[in-house]
Ligand binder design. Sequence first.
Ligand SMILES: [Zn+2]
Ligand SMILES: [Zn+2]
Length: 286
Amino acid sequence: MSIVDVHNHLGGWSPDAGQTLEELLSKALELNLHGVAISDHYDADVDCYPNEDPWVFDAKKYMDAFYDLRRLPSRRKPGDPPGFLISVELGWTEAVTDELRNLLHDNPFDYGILSVHYLDRNDPFYDKQEVYQESLSDTYTRVINIVADSAEAVPEARIIGHYDFFSRYATENRSKMFYWHAPDAFDRLFRIMHENGQILEINAGTIDSLMRNKGYSLKDALPDKDVLRRYRELGGRFLAFASDAHYKTQCGRLMRPTLAYAASLGFRDWAWFEADELRFTRLQTV
Ligand SMILES: [Zn+2]
Ligand SMILES: [Zn+2]
């Protein structure tokens, strides 16, 4: 498959991950991906962590460990192994805006992925009572407005990660996020993204989570078509595929059905960034 899986985590760098680089690369090779990226957590807001031990890593050490292994997908020749890129998943709260912007400015990441993992510094997994107090529409409207705030605050981050993260942990079983939950917030987000040249990620981790934990069928777990349709109407041409793999064998998960579904909605251009430059492959067939 000639696409790049833009979002994956490694044990030792992300506290919730358990795969080695060798395991990730061997799965990417098995799937004949065009490329794969590592994007470990950089959740810097200490106030989100009860023990004030945020999920950050030393970017200099990261580059020392991985930069020499970088292989650009755009320079890949037939028979070459998949490309390898270095990204970072930026956990945004307003308090860390400058820190995240400086991190991208000061280090040669290929691109940053912006993610919102907290609502008012509450964790949707551990603090469900605090996070899911209101209707899903009200909660998701707040969340998508925060995602929009993040996109506005860190315009140099090129990919907007898992907009639907909070649908994984809601107490309701039918918790999938739909456009109708938050139409104005989605419109605001997509307008900001278009202005900034930011690309929407389809996160297979959310699809997988809805299937495993909420009993959704694959068809029903795929992202809401109206979200993607509206993204397109407001200028979104590219998508990025993210397996958000934390463990071996998760790289490339649900890729084919996700790509086929997106193609049915008119999306064929799958993007990634190399040293901040947009690259993409156009799928002729899926
Ligand atoms: Zn995340
Ligand atoms: Zn992630």
